[in-house]
Design a protein. Structure first.
Lengths: 166, 666
C-alpha cells in the first residue's frame, strides 16, 4: 500500500522536460514554457544585433525574436536543414512574460524527470555558460542539460548592443 | 427601489467629474465683481446636476455638500451677493473636496470628514446663514440626518403640471405608506367645476401625517423626483420636548430650488472627464453615423465581390478590379473614422493648467499669466492620458524655476507679471506642444558646474549651450538650491524625457539665459497605424514613415559631392544634402545598388534637417499597423517598430531621426 502511494506521489513530483539536440549535446527545457514547435522559416533580420539573434518572425500577429542557440552557446554555425526547428518559448522577465523562439538542431523527446535527480551544473564540460543552466540530469546514460530560458535573452547581449553602438 | 442603481454609478461618476470640470473652468473664468449671470448659471447647473444625481444614488454626503455650494451660487446668480475672490477661492476648494468625496465613493473608501466639515464651515461663514448650514453639516458628517421620534407632518402641494412630468402623487403617497402608518387628508378646494377641469392637471393637495421613527432624508428621497414641482413642508410631530430642529428642517425642505432644474448641464458636447481614469469615451453621434454608413457600403461592396467570385470569368476582370478598389477605399475611410473616434481635443489635458498655475503662483507669491492656444488640436485619447503628467511637470518647472519673483522681474527690466504659453498644433504627422516662459532661462554656467559636480560631465569639458541645456534631461540632475514641494527633487526631467520617448515622441529645450525657455514636445498623432513607404535594401524590406519623406529621386554622378572626411553629399536645388547609406548604417552586406547612380535616394527630414537615404528600390506605399518590437524583445536603434506585410512576413519600421543620429556616429 505504502509503496504504491509512494510511487503515485513520485509521479506527481516529476517535471516534464522537452529535450532537443545541439550538435552532440542534449538539452532540456521545462515543457510548460514551450508554446509550440515549428519548422524553420525565413525571418526578418534586425540590424545591429549580435549574430545569434536571427531576426524576428510573425507569430500570429505578434513579432517574436528568434535566437540561434548554436551561435548563442558557441557551437559552429550550420546550414538549416528540414529537421531544424524553432521552439517557441514563453519567458518570464521582470516586466512580464515575453515570447521568444529558439532555433535548435532537432527536437528529441519528452522526459519525465524527478527534481531530486537534477544535479547542479558543473562549470566545465559543456560549452554553455552555466548562467543559462538550471542543472543537469542523466537520462539513459546520456547527460541532459536543463536550460533556464528566462536568461537566454538577457543582459550581456544588451550590453553587447550598447557596446556596438557606442 | 427595485432597480439596481449600482449599474448607473459609473455613468454618474463620469458625468459628475465632467460637471466638476465645468464648474472649475467656469469659476476660473469668472470676472471678479462683474460676473456674468450666465456664467454663474453654467456653474450652478453643473452643481445642481451633481446634487440631483448624488441624491438619487444615495450619496447623501455629496448631495448635502453640493447643496451648500448651490445656495451660495444661487445668491450670486440672483445678484444678491457679490462675486468676491474669497468666495470663488472657497468654491474652488469645495470643487476639490467634492472630487475627493466622489473618488472616495468610487473606490468605496472613507472620505476625510474633517476637511469636509472645515470646508462646510467656511462656506457657511461666507453664506452667513450658519444656522441652516450647520444643520447640513451635521447631516453630512453623521449622514443619518434628523429624525423625529413620533413622526412627521407633511404638507404636499403639487404644482398643477406635475403629472405632465410623469410623476404620480398617488405613487408617492403609496411609497410613504410603506414607511409607516399614514393619515392622509386631501384638500379639494382648488378642484374646478367639471366643465373647467383640465384632466392632465393636478388640483389636489394633501396633508399627510406619517407615524414612526423615520429619518428626514428617507422622506425627502420619496419626494426627490418632484421636489422642484411641488411645495413640500416637513414638520416633525413634536412630543413633549420641543425640538427646534423643526424650523430648520422646514426651511431646508422648502428651500425653493430655482429654475434650472429641468435644464441639465450641457451634455453631448463631446466631453469627458480627463482625469477620471475611466475607460469609456463619449463620441458625437455624427462620427458614429459616418461609421455606420461606411459599414453599409462595405457590406454592399463585399456582396458585390462575392457575387463576382461565384462564377468568375475573365470578362469580369475589370469589374473585379473596380470592386477591389472600392473595398480598399472603404476600408481606408472606415479606418480613418475609427481613428477619429479615438481623437479628442487636447484641451482635456490643458484644462487643468489654469487652476494649477493660479494655485501655485499664489502659493509662491509670483504673478503669472497663462496663455493657452490650440486647445482644439485633436490627439489620440491614449496620448492625452499619458501626456498629462509630463506636461504638468514641465509647467511646474517653468513656474518654479523659470518665472522669477515680481521684484526680480522688475529689476531685470521685465513686466512684473510673467507669462507661460501653452501651445499645441499639428505639424507634419506630429502633434507639437510648446511650453514657453519668459522667465530667467537656463544659466549655462550653473548647469555646467552642477553637472561637473555630479560627475555627469568631466571637468573642463567644452560644451555648447545647447549641449548644456540637454544636460537637464540627465538622471539625478536638479539645480534648485532647495527642494520645494513644487519641483527640485531631481527625478524630473529624465523621467519626462523617458515618458515622452515611450510614447514615440521627443522633447527638446531651447533656452536663453535671462530671457526664458521653450520646451517643445513632439508626439505622433496616433500609436496604432502609420502611412508607410516600403523600400528594399538587399533582401531586407523596411518601412519609411511617409510623413518624414520629402521626395524620392534618382541622382546622376554630377550631383554627387564627396567631402573628404565628411562622407557624401549631393546637390539638390542649390542645397547640399548629406547621403546616408542604409546598407552601411545597418550593416547589410548584399545590397544590390553599390553606386549611388544605381539605387534611389529617399529625401527624408528629421529635426528640420534633410538627408538623402540611399536604398535599392521603392516597393509601394501602404498603411501599416504598428507592432511593438519591445513587447517580446527590446528597442533597436534606428527602428521604431515592426509591422506585418501582406505576405505574412515581418518588416521593420525605420525611426528616421534615430537612424540619422546613428549615421552621424557611424
Amino acid at each position: 500500500m505504502n509503496a504504491e502511494n509512494d510511487s503515485i506521489n513520485h509521479d506527481e513530483d516529476q517535471t516534464q522536460f522537452l529535450s532537443f539536440t545541439l550538435g552532440d549535446e542534449d538539452y532540456g527545457v521545462n515543457i510548460l514554457r514551450v508554446q509550440e514547435i515549428r519548422g524553420w522559416e525565413e525571418v526578418r533580420e534586425i540590424p545591429k544585433t549580435p549574430d545569434y539573434i536571427k531576426g524576428v518572425l510573425n507569430l500570429r500577429n505578434t513579432v517574436v525574436p528568434i535566437i540561434d542557440l548554436r551561435i548563442r552557446f558557441g557551437f559552429e554555425k550550420v546550414e538549416y536543414i528540414p529537421t531544424t526547428v524553432i521552439i517557441v518559448l514563453s519567458v518570464e522577465k521582470d516586466d512580464g512574460s515575453h515570447v521568444m523562439g529558439v532555433v535548435v538542431d532537432a527536437v528529441s523527446d519528452v522526459l519525465n524527470i524527478d527534481p531530486d535527480n537534477i544535479k547542479d551544473a558543473p562549470n566545465f564540460g559543456a560549452k554553455v555558460n552555466t548562467k543559462f543552466m538550471n542543472g543537469m540530469v542523466m537520462v539513459d546514460e546520456r547527460m541532459v542539460i536543463l536550460l533556464n530560458v528566462d536568461k537566454l535573452l538577457e543582459q550581456d547581449e544588451l550590453a553587447a548592443i550598447e557596446n556596438m553602438s557606442s | 427601489m427595485s432597480v439596481d442603481l449600482e449599474q448607473f454609478h459609473q455613468v454618474f461618476f463620469e458625468e459628475s467629474f465632467e460637471g466638476l470640470d465645468i464648474m472649475e473652468t467656469g469659476l476660473m473664468e469668472l470676472d471678479l465683481g462683474a460676473a456674468n449671470s450666465e456664467d454663474i448659471n453654467t456653474i450652478f447647473r453643473a452643481a445642481h446636476s451633481i446634487k440631483g444625481g448624488s441624491g438619487t444614488f444615495g450619496f447623501q454626503g455629496i448631495a448635502d455638500f453640493t447643496h451648500v455650494m448651490e445656495t451660495l451660487l444661487d445668491e450670486m446668480r440672483d445678484g444678491r451677493r457679490q462675486v468676491t475672490r474669497e468666495a470663488v477661492d472657497s468654491l474652488l476648494k469645495s470643487v476639490d473636496i467634492l472630487r475627493m468625496m466622489m473618488n472616495c465613493e468610487q473606490d468605496k473608501s472613507d472620505p476625510d470628514t474633517d476637511t469636509i466639515k472645515r470646508q462646510l464651515t467656511e462656506l457657511e461663514a461666507i453664506l452667513g446663514t450658519s444656522s441652516g448650514g450647520g444643520e447640513v453639516a451635521a447631516e453630512t458628517t453623521s449622514s443619518s440626518s434628523t429624525s423625529s421620534g413620533a413622526g412627521w407632518n407633511i404638507v404636499f402641494e403639487p404644482d398643477a403640471n406635475m403629472m405632465l412630468t410623469g410623476n404620480d402623487p398617488l405613487r408617492i403617497i403609496r411609497e410613504l405608506a410603506e414607511l409607516g402608518e399614514i393619515e392622509v387628508n386631501t384638500h379639494q378646494e382648488k378642484l374646478p367645476v367639471f366643465s373647467a377641469l383640465e384632466p392632465e392637471n393636478c388640483y389636489l393637495s394633501w396633508d399627510i401625517i406619517l407615524h414612526g421613527d423615520i429619518a428626514e432624508s428617507v422622506i425627502k428621497d420619496v419626494f426627490l423626483w418632484v421636489e422642484d414641482e411641488c411645495k413640500l413642508t416637513l414638520t416633525p410631530i413634536v412630543n413633549e420636548s420641543a425640538q427646534p430642529v423643526a424650523e430648520e428642517a422646514k426651511s431646508e425642505a422648502t428651500q425653493p430650488v430655482k429654475a434650472a432644474a429641468t435644464t441639465k448641464a450641457p451634455a453631448g458636447d463631446n466631453k469627458k472627464a480627463a482625469n477620471a481614469g475611466s475607460s469609456s469615451i463619449r463620441v458625437s453621434i455624427d462620427k458614429i453615423d459616418d461609421l455606420i454608413n461606411m459599414v453599409g457600403e462595405l457590406v454592399i461592396t463585399q456582396s458585390m465581390l462575392s457575387l463576382l467570385g461565384e462564377d468568375f470569368t475573365m470578362e469580369n476582370l475589370e469589374k473585379l478590379q473596380d470592386g477591389l478598389g472600392q473595398l480598399e477605399r472603404h476600408t481606408r475611410e472606415m479606418q480613418e473614422s475609427v481613428m477619429m473616434i479615438r481623437m479628442l481635443p487636447i484641451s482635456f489635458s490643458f484644462s487643468r493648467f489654469p487652476r494649477l498655475v493660479r494655485d501655485l503662483s499664489t502659493q509662491m507669491g509670483k504673478k503669472i499669466d497663462l496663455v493657452m492656444s490650440g486647445e482644439n488640436t485633436e490627439i489620440d485619447k491614449t496620448l492625452i492620458e499619458k501626456i498629462g503628467d509630463p506636461l504638468v511637470h514641465l509647467v511646474r518647472n517653468s513656474l518654479d524655476h523659470g518665472i522669477e519673483m515680481p521684484a526680480d522681474r522688475i529689476a531685470a527690466g521685465k513686466n512684473e507679471t510673467g507669462t507661460i504659453n501653452l501651445n499645441a498644433y499639428h505639424k507634419g504627422g506630429n502633434i507639437v506642444i510648446e511650453i514657453t516662459d519668459d522667465g530667467k532661462g537656463i544659466d549655462p554656467d550653473a548647469v555646467l558646474n552642477k553637472a561637473i559636480e555630479k560627475g555627469l560631465v568631466p571637468p573642463g569639458a567644452n560644451l555648447s549651450n545647447q549641449q548644456i541645456n540637454e544636460l537637464i534631461f540627465q538622471a539625478g540632475f536638479s539645480t534648485a538650491k532647495e527642494i520645494t514641494d513644487v519641483s527640485g527633487r531631481g527625478v524630473g526631467m529624465d523621467v519626462v524625457r523617458k515618458n515622452i520617448a515611450s510614447l514615440g515622441g521627443a522633447v527638446e529645450i531651447q533656452s536663453e539665459f535671462g530671457k526664458g525657455s521653450t520646451f517643445t514636445i513632439r508626439l505622433p498623432l496616433t500609436l496604432a497605424i502609420l502611412d508607410g513607404q516600403t523600400v528594399i535594401v538587399g533582401d531586407e524590406i523596411y518601412i519609411i514613415p511617409l510623413v518624414s519623406i520629402v521626395e524620392s529621386i534618382q541622382i546622376n554622378s554630377d550631383m554627387i559631392n564627396k567631402v573628404a572626411g565628411k562622407g557624401e553629399t549631393f546637390k539638390l536645388r542649390d542645397e547640399y544634402i548629406p547621403i546616408v547609406r542604409l546598407s552601411s548604417v545597418f550593416g547589410i552586406e548584399n545590397a544590390k545598388a553599390k553606386e549611388l547612380e544605381d539605387g534611389l535616394l529617399v529625401v527624408v527630414e528629421a529635426d528640420r534637417k534633410p538627408c538623402g537615404l540611399f536604398i535599392d528600390d521603392l516597393l509601394g506605399q501602404q498603411q501599416v499597423v504598428i507592432k511593438s518590437l519591445e513587447q517580446n524583445y527590446h528597442r533597436v536603434d534606428g527602428v521604431s517598430g515592426a509591422t506585418i506585410l501582406g505576405d505574412g512576413s515581418v518588416a521593420l519600421i525605420l525611426d528616421i531621426p534615430g537612424l540619422l543620429r546613428m549615421s552621424v556616429k557611424h
